[in-house]
Design a protein around this ligand. Structure first.
Ligand code: NDP
Length: 484
């Protein structure tokens, strides 16, 4: 199995190679085999990417928004036309089952390009009358934006950052995670085929140091990171030094609260989606499932039965519902959390170990019950198919316990009581919430976290605030009234 890209980087409208950079092996997580090798960007590659972005951005910003949008819409159409091929590449890069990548990853990226292409031409300023004089405002692009991606949704993340950035007149230099470097290169290639001028979307490969060199460059106006809280802290601090704008999409330990009156099947289905989709490697997952005592037995019974039916296997087989974790390192990390959960007294309901085939990084879908708030599994982000079920009795109690975390990315509530649903959601400290649903993230809705889970929002109209700045222009219409 090979998925070797034409070259490691995409700079100024073309593939670029520089083998002086350290090699990065791309591993297919289902088998452990090396499917491609790319090289880390050297300082020369980073410089070329930033210089071309800076040059291209000025002309791009001067174009009419509808002209920019036409190109992005074409790119969205091309992504949809090439859906099968792109899904296969995403599966090779991440190990996620093709039944997911064909509907979720690139399709969500295409949605985002299409939606921001539609929105951008409607973004206008305002006029503020001041009697004789007036103020008007212009929403201007920021300039060169840096995007840094995580490995769980590599192509979706690249699109979610590129779509608002480019549609609103910015340029982007994107650094994918070293674990999943392939999808962003395809996006760059598609953009150029769709007519995007050279230099507006560059991809440079590398580990954290390459990301850090982008963040500190004075030509960069904004940094958008999707990653963990520790990395977010470092990148935010580096950006602050240059007083740059940031969007931080970081980790979570989100509560999913199931009240007694909820539909058991719907709540179980949502808890499974919110813990097992993408083998649990989703930042907004509801990994603390609080179940009210009256429904607990039925919930766990249906959860165990339905979890036992999950089909693990070859990610390229359309029947496979769960693939491996993304890397050997992630496998070790998740197995470590499972061992700790057992040692700390959580009750294993199902799963709890590696799954065949052992050449791949597979973990069984795992459920722990009787989890208490202090256990490691209830406090730290696992990023694997491991669900923690906690019991609760009252609304007041569950709200306090759900909020007792440094994270604030997402939260969900299942109940048939309309007023309780809204009352509880209003009190949960999280940026992205669901009522009787979980983990649906349409591009139309803002997405992001509060507390340590992030700063800023992706998607929705809210993203416009984070990829533009307001210029305020005072217009004097009469003589200047100076006291001198
Ligand atoms: P990391 O935080 O390890 O890395 C994120 C990205 O930052 C990678 O591209 C990484 O490069 C890069 N990076 C690392 N150090 C630096 C640095 N000092 N300066 C600049 N860039 C740097 O996250 P993972 O890739 O392991 O992804 C998993 C995490 O992402 C989870 O915690 C998850 O919750 C979070 N996440 C958040 C989402 C959200 O929207 N809120 C969505 C998806 C994931 P490299 O990998 O090459 O070292």
């Amino acid at each position: 199995m090979k998925a070797q890209p034409k070259a490691s980087h995409f700079v100024d409208g073309a593939y670029v190679e520089d083998k002086a950079g350290a090699p990065i092996e791309v591993i297919y997580p289902a088998t452990g085999e090396v499917i491609a090798v790319v090289h880390e960007a050297t300082a020369a590659v980073v410089e070329a990417a930033l210089a071309s972005a800076k040059r291209a951005q000025a002309e791009w910003a001067a174009m009419k928004p509808v002209e920019r949008s036409r190109i992005l819409r074409r790119a969205a159409d091309m992504i949809r036309d090439r859906g099968d091929e792109l899904a296969r590449l995403e599966t090779l890069d991440t190990g996620k089952p093709i039944q997911e990548t064909i509907v979720a990853d690139w399709p969500s990226g295409a949605d985002s390009l299409e939606w921001f292409a539609g929105l951008a031409p409607t973004v206008t300023g305002e006029t503020v009358p001041l009697g004789r004089d007036f103020v008007y405002t212009i929403r201007e692009p920021l300039g060169v934006c840096v995007g840094i991606g995580a490995w769980n949704y590599p192509s979706q993340i690249a699109c979610w950052k590129a779509a608002p950035a480019l549609s609103l007149g910015n340029a982007m230099v994107f650094k994918p995670s070293e674990v999943t470097p392939l999808g962003a290169l395809m996006l760059a290639e598609i953009f150029v085929e769709a007519g995007l001028p050279a230099g507006l979307f560059n991809v440079v490969q590398g580990r954290g140091a390459v990301g850090a060199s982008l963040v500190t460059d004075p030509r960069v106006a904004k940094v958008s990171l999707t990653g963990s809280v520790p990395t977010g802290r470092k990148v935010y601090a580096a950006a602050a030094d240059g007083v740059k704008a940031v969007t931080m999409e970081l980790g979570g330990k989100s509560p999913l609260v199931v009240f007694d009156d909820a539909s058991v099947e719907d709540a179980v289905g949502a808890a499974m989606l919110g813990n097992f989709y993408s083998a649990g490697q989703v930042c907004s997952n509801g990994t603390r499932v609080f179940v009210q005592k009256g429904i607990k037995a039925r919930f766990l019974e249906r959860l165990a039965a339905r979890t036992a039916g999950i089909v693990l296997g070859d990610p390229l087989d359309e029947a496979t519902q769960m693939g491996p974790l993304v890397s050997a390192a992630q496998l070790e990390k998740v197995l470590g959390y499972i061992a700790t959960a057992k040692a700390e007294g959580a009750r294993l309901v199902c799963g709890g170990g590696r799954a065949a085939p052992n050449t791949g990084f597979y973990v069984q879908p795992t459920v722990f019950a009787d989890v208490t708030d202090g256990m490691t599994i209830a406090r730290e982000e696992v990023f694997g198919p491991v669900m923690a079920v906690l019991d609760f009795e009252t609304e007041e109690e569950v709200v306090a316990r759900a909020n007792d975390t440094e994270f604030g990315l997402a939260a969900g509530v299942f109940t048939a009581d309309l007023t309780r649903a809204h009352r509880v959601i209003a009190r949960l400290e999280a940026g992205t919430c669901w009522i009787n649903a979980y983990n649906l993230t349409p591009v139309e809705g803002p997405f992001g976290g509060s507390k340590m889970s992030g700063v800023g929002r992706e998607n929705g109209r809210a993203a416009v605030e984070h990829y533009t700045q307001v210029k305020s222009v005072y217009v004097g219409m009469g003589p200047v009234d100076a006291p001198y």
